[in-house]
Design a protein around this ligand. Structure first.
Ligand code: NAD
Length: 290
């Protein structure tokens, strides 16, 4: 298949490389000039999409996705599928899909879970919004780049699933960190805390698979001085998207709102930038009154 890949950053480059390694003809473009093994570098986004049957985007934000879509949509061959794998706001996903469909293109929003490791290993999970036809056409590519693709409904529903999942993740990570900090003060060892909670009703992915306490549980960024993993600023971005969606949909999400406030303070005022999102634990070790 002839594939264009726009946005060859931390996630996009290994995803594009895996598609090329599987035998697809991949042409890539990134404004930073990055490329990926096996991928032909184009001089512009318009050049990259010329003749492509699938156009994949993996970009930082909804605003950038909208700008790139405005630029490339007129240059994409009718009948091709625009497959956006970025994490963006639901409105941008729906608007871009509508513009693509108006030009006779298929459109899917397919944000991912699994991070840089999953992108490199081809084990991402895709949460997909869009038509059955477009989903069926992209399915062979999901199989190369990932281990699972869930069709969540019409356009925008992939982004909806992603931001709801990550709102739960942010809230449970904070709850897990503050429970460890409380347990410390109550004289409970971190090992005992992990052993109890990971097999009791307080368990979660944050505790069991990504424990924020160093030296406890399976290996996690906490064991590597909180080097990401999943950076705190990416969690801040996703919590911002879920609150934006909650406001637009008039949904009541007080824990998500509080998690956004805490991650904003952590990233902007407490040297959290560049650290893993589980690095919240040391932040709770001394009591604050904010
Ligand atoms: P990144 O910043 O490493 O990559 C984004 C790339 O897009 C950069 O290389 C940048 O130069 C390029 N770019 C920006 N504007 C462009 C334009 N107009 N045309 C072409 N290229 C352009 O980010 P990333 O970590 O690869 O994340 C990409 C997306 O995946 C984001 O939406 C992020 O939220 C999401 N995501 C990231 C992770 C993760 O762990 N990194 C996990 C899940 C989802």
């Amino acid at each position: 298949m002839k594939i264009a890949f726009i946005g060859l950053g931390n996630m996009g480059a290994p995803m594009a490389r895996n598609l090329a390694a599987a035998g697809h003809e991949v042409t890539g473009f990134d404004t930073a000039g990055t490329s990926a093994e096996g991928v032909t570098a184009a001089g512009s986004a318009i050049e990259a999409v010329s003749g492509a049957e699938i156009v994949i985007t993996m970009l930082p934000s909804g605003a950038i996705l909208r700008a790139v879509a405005d630029e490339i949509l007129p240059a994409i061959a009718p009948g091709a599928v625009l497959l956006d794998c970025s994490t963006v706001d639901v409105d941008s996903a729906r608007d871009v899909a509508a513009l693509a469909q108006a030009r006779g293109l298929g459109a899917l929003d397919a944000p991912v879970s699994g991070g840089i490791g999953g992108a490199a290993a081809g084990t991402l999970t895709f949460m997909v919004g869009g038509s059955d036809d477009a989903f069926a056409r992209a399915a062979p590519l999901f199989e190369i780049m990932g281990q699972k693709a869930v069709h969540c409904g019409p356009s925008g529903n992939g982004q909806a699933a992603k931001i709801c999942n990550n709102m739960i993740l942010g809230v449970t990570m904070i709850a897990t960190c503050e429970a460890f900090a409380l347990a410390d003060k109550l004289g409970l060892s971190r090992e005992a805390m992990f052993d109890v909670v990971s097999t009791s009703s307080g368990y979660s992915w944050s505790m069991n698979a990504y424990c924020p306490a160093p030296g406890v549980g399976p290996a996690s960024p906490a064991d590597n001085d909180y080097t990401p993993g999943f950076a705190a600023e990416l969690m801040l971005k996703d919590l911002g998207l879920s609150q934006q969606a909650a406001t637009a949909a008039d949904a009541d999400t007080p824990m998500g709102a509080r998690a956004l406030e805490l991650y904003r303070s952590f990233v902007e005022d407490e040297n959290g930038r560049g650290k893993d999102f589980s690095a919240m634990l040391p932040r709770f070790e001394s009591r604050r009154r904010d």
